[in-house]
Design a protein around this ligand. Structure first.
Ligand SMILES: Cc1cc2nc3c(=O)[nH]c(=O)nc-3n(C[C@H](O)[C@H](O)[C@H](O)COP(=O)(O)OP(=O)(O)OC[C@H]3O[C@@H](n4cnc5c(N)ncnc54)[C@H](O)[C@@H]3O)c2cc1C
Length: 371
C-alpha cells in the first residue's frame, strides 16, 4: 500500500477502531490501523463481551440495533463466536420486576419477553436464589468472547487487500492528515482517532471540554458451575440502575433505593452485578466502578469478593475465582458518545460510557457513512 495515499488511518486497535476499519474496508476504502501495543489489550479484551442492545435508549437504541447488524456481518466474515443468545435479567423483588414490566409495555413482547420465576430458575439451572420472583429475556442482545474477538478481527483485517496494521507504533501527534508516530509519519485523506480513554493524552482540551475521565472496573473469572451452559449475558437489579433503557423506566429509582436499603455497598461501589460465560466454560464476573482522571492500580479485594458472593447467591453455588483484573474505559458526564472533528481531516471517536462493545459497529457504520 502506498503510505501517502491511504484513504483512512484508524488510530487504536480496540473494538471501536477495528469496527471502523471493518466498515471502511467493506465500503472499499484503503485503511491503515496504527496501534501502540503488540495486540489489542485495552478495554475491548477486558469486558463481558455483552452487546447490550435492548437496554439502550433514545437515539443510541437505533445505533445499537445497527451495531447488531454490523457485529453479525463481522462474525460471518471473520468467523468468530457470536451467539444470538440474548440476555436474561433476573428480578429478585417486586420493584425489579416492575421495571421489567414497564420495559415490556414500552418495547413489546418481541423485544422484552417476561419470564416467571420458574422459567428463569430453569434457564439458570442448578439451585438458584429462592428470592427470584421473575425476570425477562432480551433476545436481541448478542454475545462475543472479549478475550479473542478483537484479535480475530485484527487478524482477519490484516489479511485483506487494502488493509495494513502497524503494531507497536505509538501515535504522538495528528494534524491535517499527517499522523506522527514512534515509527515516523503516515498520511491519509482522513484520520479516525479511536484510542478510548487515552484520547486525553492526544487531545487534552477536547477531553477537558467533555470532562472525560477514566472509569475502572474490578472483574473476576471463575469456572462455571457444573451443568451451566448459558451463552446469554445475565443482568440483575443493579443493572437496572446502570443502563439507560432501564433507568428511563418510572420504577427504576425505587429499585435503586431498595438496593441501597439492603445492600448499600453495591450502590457505593456503583455495582453492575452481572456475568457472562466464555466459550471455554469460564464465567466472567463483575463489576464495580470508580472514576478519576488517573486510576490507582490497587484493587479492593472486599469489593470483588462481595460481587462474586452476590453472583454465587444468584446461581446458588460456590464460585472459585481463578483470575482478577481491572478494566478501564472512558467516561463523560456530558455524553455517552464523543464524536468530534478536531480538524477537517481528523475525527475523534470515543465511547464515553461502558457500552463500547455494544455500540462499536453502529457508530462505525454512521462514521464511515459520513466520511
Ligand atoms: C471491565 C469492563 C467491562 C465492560 N463491559 C462491557 C460490555 O459488556 N458491553 C459493552 O458494550 N461495553 C463494555 N465495556 C466498555 C467497552 O469495553 C469499551 O467501551 C470499549 O472496549 C472501548 O473500545 P475502544 O476501542 O475505544 O478502547 P480500547 O479497547 O481501550 O482500545 C483503544 C486502543 O487504542 C490504543 N491507543 C491508545 N493510545 C494510542 C496511541 N497514542 N497510539 C496508538 N494506539 C493507541 C490502545 O493501545 C488500545 O489498543 C466494558 C469495559 C470494561 C473495562
Amino acid at each position: 500500500m502506498n503510505t501517502s495515499n491511504t484513504d483512512l488511518i484508524v488510530v487504536g486497535a480496540g473494538i471501536v477502531g477495528l469496527a471502523h476499519a471493518f466498515e471502511a474496508h467493506r465500503r472499499g476504502y484503503t485503511v491503515r490501523i496504527i496501534e501502540r501495543d503488540a495486540r489489542p489489550n485495552g478495554a475491548s479484551i477486558r469486558n463481558f463481551g455483552h452487546c447490550c442492545i435492548t437496554a439502550q435508549d433514545g437515539g443510541l437504541l437505533d445505533t445499537a440495533y445497527r451495531s447488531r447488524e454490523g457485529w453479525l456481518a463481522a462474525a460471518k466474515s471473520v468467523g468468530f463466536w457470536a451467539p444470538e443468545a440474548g440476555a436474561y435479567v433476573v428480578a429478585r423483588s417486586a420493584a425489579e420486576q416492575r421495571v421489567l414490566d414497564e420495559l415490556n409495555s414500552k418495547r413489546g413482547n418481541d423485544a422484552v419477553q417476561l419470564l416467571t420465576a420458574g422459567e428463569l430458575r430453569s434457564v439458570l439451572g442448578g439451585n438458584p436464589d429462592p428470592a427470584i420472583v421473575g425476570g425477562a429475556h432480551l433476545p436481541a442482545d448478542l454475545r462475543v468472547d472479549p478475550r479473542t474477538t478483537a484479535g480475530e478481527i485484527a487478524g482477519w483485517l490484516q489479511d485483506q487487500a487494502g488493509v495494513e496494521i502497524e503494531w507497536n507504533t505509538s501515535v504522538r501527534d495528528i494534524r491535517d492528515g499527517t499522523v506522527s508516530t514512534s515509527r515516523g509519519d503516515f498520511q491519509a485523506q482522513k484520520v479516525l482517532v479511536c484510542v478510548g480513554h487515552d484520547m486525553d493524552y492526544l487531545f487534552p482540551e477536547l477531553a477537558a471540554r467533555y470532562q472525560v475521565q477514566r472509569c475502572a472496573l474490578q472483574m473476576a473469572l471463575a469456572p462455571a458451575p457444573a451443568g451451566y451452559s448459558l451463552d446469554a449475558a445475565v443482568l440483575t437489579g443493579t443493572s437496572m440502575t446502570r443502563y439507560d433503557g432501564f433507568t428511563a423506566m418510572p420504577g427504576a429509582e425505587a429499585v435503586r433505593r431498595e438496593i441501597y436499603g439492603h445492600s448499600p455497598e453495591l450502590i457505593d461501589m456503583v455495582a453492575n452485578v452481572m456475568f457472562t460465560r466464555r466459550p471455554d466454560g469460564s464465567l466472567i464476573l463483575g463489576d464495580s466502578h470508580v472514576y478519576g482522571q488517573t486510576i490507582g492500580p490497587f484493587q479492593d479485594e472486599w469489593w470483588t469478593s462481595r460481587l462474586v458472593d452476590e453472583i454465587a447467591r444468584i446461581l446458588g453455588t460456590k464460585l472459585q475465582v481463578t483470575q482478577r483484573w481491572q478494566g478501564v474505559y472512558a467516561s463523560s458526564p456530558l455524553t455517552s458518545l464523543l464524536v468530534e472533528d478536531v480538524d477537517p481531516r481528523t475525527k475523534v471517536v470515543t465511547v464515553t460510557s461502558g457500552i463500547g462493545m455494544t455500540m462499536s459497529f453502529g457508530i462505525a457504520a454512521e462514521t464511515v457513512d459520513s466520511l
